[in-house]
Design a protein around this ligand. Structure first.
Ligand code: PAF
Length: 287
């Protein structure tokens, strides 16, 4: 696996060096690039995205970049775990060909004045609790897409709203990229894999699976015919509160639009975000 820190070198490696769109060599003629953007501190969920990309492309590119633009001033940008050596090992073993690992001044050599303003799908749920988050995500992802120019990009369903925002970005800006949605990786007890799980104390880690269990119980009640979604959401919020959580939202939405679900809950997804101690966890379940 080649680790590349400079944009010029990345473009050279991917055959984008001023050939006016034509392949620069026979090697590049058939090249399909699959891209997995990350912020590092990789876990088995990330690794499975690389493994899913591997058979789909001649070149699998991963990126590691902790994107300051998507962190609010009170969030964990400074303490976000940086585990480069372990990440490299994992990416190499999973079959990545290229790791793009730019420094901040390489990606943002000047203040990023041009930004991507997300549409309605990026202005609800997470955005209400993390103002500017999807603007930061959309801006860096568009920039990375522009640098890597992949035909395929893979995003996990764990960040369900992020996935839908990126799909809208690709659709509305007519980017020639196929977005593949990957299932959420889970620990043995159901907890969704996340870099932020590392912040949990042992007691919090033992409590954390309750979030997914609560979503599963809601799913069962909907499948059993429950149609009072508001009561269902409120029950779930109260249950988590009684176990020391501070829920931001638990909401049944339409899978594509993320608008409140229709009366029959068809094409539904329950999305949730809740704080346990100082750690904010998100999860979801399709209904
Ligand atoms: O999901 C993430 O890790 C980040 O939001 C992403 C997509 C890499 C953009 O910084």
């Amino acid at each position: 696996m080649q680790v590349i820190t400079r944009i010029a070198e990345l473009r050279e490696r991917l055959g984008q060096n001023g050939s006016q769109g034509k392949p620069t060599s026979a090697t590049h003629a058939q090249q399909t690039v699959a891209f997995v953007p990350t912020m590092g501190n990789l876990h088995a969920g990330h690794i499975s995205l690389i493994q899913q990309a591997r058979p789909l492309a001649t070149t699998v590119v991963a990126s590691i970049f902790v994107n300051r633009l998507q962190f609010a001033p009170n969030e964990d940008f400074d303490r976000y775990p940086r585990t480069f050596d372990a990440d490299c090992e994992g990416l190499k073993a999973a079959g990545a060909d290229v790791l793009f690992f730019p420094e901040e001044r390489e990606l943002y050599p000047e203040p990023q004045g041009f930004v991507v303003q997300p549409p309605a799908i990026g202005q609800m749920l997470e955005e209400r609790f993390r103002p500017g988050f999807f603007r930061g995500v959309s801006t860096v992802v568009l920039k990375l897409f522009n640098l890597v120019q992949p035909q395929i990009a893979i995003f996990g369903k764990k960040d369900y709203q992020q996935l839908r925002v990126i799909e809208a970005l690709v659709r509305q800006l007519a980017l020639p990229i196929q977005i593949i949605a990957a299932e959420t990786g889970r620990d043995h007890d159901g907890l969704a894999l996340s870099s932020r799980n590392g912040y949990l104390s042992p007691a919090e880690r033992a409590e954390a699976p309750r979030l997914y269990q609560t979503l599963q119980a809601m799913q069962q009640r909907i499948r059993g015919g429950e149609r009072n979604f508001l009561a269902l959401e409120n029950d779930a919020i109260e249950l988590l509160r009684s176990h020391g959580w501070r829920p931001d939202y638990i909401s049944l939405r339409h899978r594509q639009t993320l608008q409140p679900a229709s009366a029959d809950a068809s094409e539904g997804v329950i999305v949730a975000a809740a704080r346990l101690g100082t750690t904010r966890l998100i999860d979801n379940i399709e209904v």
